[in-house]
Design a protein around this ligand. Structure first.
Ligand code: XMP
Length: 508
């Protein structure tokens, strides 16, 4: 059975995927298409509703990004947000002008209880405004249904034609009851039935992957991180037997990690190639102490190994990548969607020619990727995996990397993670760092001269800024005792109490 569909017409707004996500969360299938998608295409898709996004343009500019007026003649309910709202006014005969003062941030809005969009919503709510233009004159047949102090027309509607516009952003968390407003549009205006869920998302992606790859082979560099793992699981469902996963073990993984990845994926319907390149990587970084050089060497070596392995599969036509939506925003709009030149792998081989790139997760946010992973039966150890730098423990062993230091760190890090893992409220990211410092200690009657281990635990939402996590002293004490007792080579444990900034999360 076909799901009901809501189209998100994108006019360049930064929140388009957030809108699509809200729609999914409300159990309706959504699809993001360019703002000027031809009317014929829209008819073909027969959506139950259309949401027009914000955008950077001004509708009055000569080269403004517009859609055809016919979109409003289709009888399909439309909700325009910010630029989308101004577009409705502009195209249907109203006027759009410039604000006396641009409005950015949350403001109080008066919402008319008469409007179907604001049903069961507090008539005075905080909303997020972010605009320099606004509707100054309503199009014929429209009424204003919301206002703020500096914006008289903060929402417009023509109930009969089912056309609505909001100057504010209901999709962001800063807007009180924003999701409710979208829900009212979907369920009370468009007649949504809520026939869509994560299983539905997976089903749609599986169909799309099959259509795109047409029975040909697909190659994926699997790191064991959440994104590439979920990507592998999804592809193995979509194209059983046609996926080749290359897992390069550079020897900088955490304790048991490489075996765990192998155990999970060798059971799936895909070709799993584990390459133990640890000796090779270790010899490449021998004597190297500069963090950036370490990263560069490891990134480049990764590509070499991947290329060598890929060359063995001459019949591969597609390259799959676990790109997720935040990667696309972070690496620059639009273009970056083509290839994820993530600092994880330092860019992918250019001389391997592929027919195309498969990126089935590119519209999803991290927590949604985790949901997909669970739905596909991946274990929690993978689905809930913390972010782990591409160069792995190589940037957590300060200074020169040796096998001995890596082994010490692996053991200590495992104890730290085990103990913190027992806390009810876990930090966002936590790991151990083997400093290059040795100091004097005493064990039994013996003098020791061993390494100092640093523990790092941070809380963060976006990993751009972070605060150190206040792990209880009793827990830290237990961890310190366990590590110094159980791990040979460490006689001192310190806890990093620096926020980011000024420090970064990783030490190197
Ligand atoms: P920093 O150290 O820059 O880390 O505060 C922010 C987040 O990014 C992770 N990180 C990396 N991830 N390759 C990655 O894929 C890398 O080279 C890398 N360096 C840092 C880090 O673990 C933290 O989550």
């Amino acid at each position: 059975m076909k799901n009901q569909l809501v189209l998100v017409l994108d006019f360049g707004g930064q929140y388009k995927e957030l809108i699509a996500r809200r729609i999914r969360e409300l159990n309706v299938l959504s699809m993001v298409l360019p703002g000027d998608t031809p009317v014929e295409r829209i008819k073909e898709l027969s959506p139950i509703g259309i949401i027009m996004t914000g955008g950077p343009d001004s509708v009055n500019a000569p080269d403004a990004y517009l859609c055809s007026k016919e979109v409003f003649e289709l009888g399909i309910p439309v909700l325009g947000i910010c630029y989308g709202c101004q577009l409705i006014a502009h195209l249907l005969g109203g006027k759009v002008g410039t604000c006396d003062v641009s409005e950015y941030g949350t403001v109080k809005a008066k919402l008319s209880p008469e409007s179907v969009l604001f049903e069961n919503i507090k008539p005075e709510s905080k909303v997020l405004m972010s605009h320099t233009n606004l509707v100054t004159q309503l199009p014929e047949g429209f009424v204003s249904t919301a206002s703020t102090r500096s914006c008289k027309i903060a929402a417009i509607e023509n109930k009969e034609r089912k056309i609505f516009g909001l100057q504010f952003h209901p999709e962001v968390a800063h807007t009180e009851n924003g999701t409710e407003i979208i829900k009212n549009f979907l369920y009370n205006v468009c007649g949504a039935k809520g026939d869509y869920d994560m299983a539905g998302y997976i089903e749609t992606q599986i169909q799309e992957i099959r259509e795109q790859t047409k029975g040909k082979k697909v190659l994926l560099a699997l790191s064991g991180g959440v994104d590439s793992s979920v990507c592998a699981a999804l592809l193995s469902e979509a194209i059983p037997g046609k996926l080749v996963c290359i897992f390069v073990d550079h020897g900088f993984m955490r304790k048991n990690e490489a075996d765990e990845v192998e155990a999970v994926f060798s059971k799936r319907n895909l070709q799993f190639v584990r390459v133990d390149a640890s000796e090779r990587f270790l010899s490449k970084v021998k004597g190297v102490t500069d963090p950036e050089r370490k990263r560069k060497i490891i990134g480049e070596e990764f590509i070499r190994v991947f290329e060598e392995q890929a060359a063995k599969f001459g019949d591969v036509s597609f390259l799959a990548q676990g790109t997720i939506y935040p990667d696309i925003i972070e690496s620059g709009h639009g273009k970056a969607a083509v290839i994820k030149s993530h600092h994880n792998v330092g860019g992918l081989p250019e001389d391997i020619r592929f027919e195309g790139i498969v990126e089935p997760l590119k519209g999803l946010f991290k927590d949604e990727v985790r949901k997909v992973g669970r739905e596909l039966g991946l274990p929690e150890s993978i689905v809930e995996r913390q972010p782990f730098p591409g160069p792995g423990l190589a940037v957590r062993v300060i200074g020169e990397i040796t096998k001995e230091k890596l082994d010490i760190l692996r053991e200590a890090d495992a104890i730290f993670r085990e103990e913190v893992g027992k806390l009810k409220k876990k930090p966002s990211q936590y790991f151990a760092v083997l400093t290059n410092l040795r100091s004097v200690g005493v064990m039994g009657d013996e003098r020791t001269y061993d390494y100092t281990l640093a523990l790092r635990a941070v809380n963060t939402g976006d990993f751009m800024t972070a605060t150190y996590s206040k792990i209880p002293h009793s827990v830290l004490n237990k961890i310190s005792r366990r590590i110094t007792n159980e791990v040979k080579g460490i006689n001192r444990v310190v806890f990093d109490i620096t926020d980011k900034p000024p420090a970064t999360i990783e030490w190197e």
